[in-house]
Design a protein around this ligand. Sequence first.
Ligand code: BG6
Ligand code: MG
Length: 217
Amino acid sequence: MKKGFIFDLDGVIVDTAKYHFLAWQNLANSLGISFSEEQNEQLKGVSRVRSLEKILEWGNKTISEEEFTRLMTEKNVEYLQYIDKMDTTEILPDVPRVLEYLIDNQQLIALGSASKNARVILEKVKLSKKFHTIVDGNDVSKAKPDPEVFLIGAEKLDLAPGNCIVFEDSVAGVQAANIANMVSIGIGDAQVLHEADYVFDDFTQITEEFISNLIKA
Ligand code: BG6
Ligand code: MG
């Protein structure tokens, strides 16, 4: 029995939210807009374009299209400086254990991320080779909660959506998985991710028995 296990990247495999935060905060502050960790929470799973739109809304600021493009580039240049320093120590606890278990049991593994930097991050943490296919922000036209990213993942794995399981840390991502008719597994706060089929604090809580049952289901 082969199932498809689709992993979100940011907040599931690596904790890059802290780097997004630093880069968005510097950018917001340069525009005279304050930006808190709570606001950063609301940008989880949100595309780069939509993130900047939200920050500008919070600061009540309107800018030209050229300025918007320039700021997006500026944010990403700073973000990539943090990414450049990443290594395998930044993989979240027990992610490698779960990946290895899936590989040992001949399961299919995909990445389903909104990030356009997903490939470079996976290379940095040396996990690229674990994935049969990678779907990222460069491959989609619609952002989560639209299910596009996960549906493309299922298609690339040659599996029906009903045979796919998604690991997600964002509300929008859990909703996308549910709309795609996939099993949704929230990684994080159970209250925040209450729409998920299952929620775990992190991968250390996910047993091999649990995964084995997902494979057999
Ligand atoms: C998501 C992150 O995975 O990717 C968001 O949770 C981020 O915070 C989005 O904005 C887009 O990422 P990037 O790397 O293309 O700017
Ligand atoms: Mg995420």
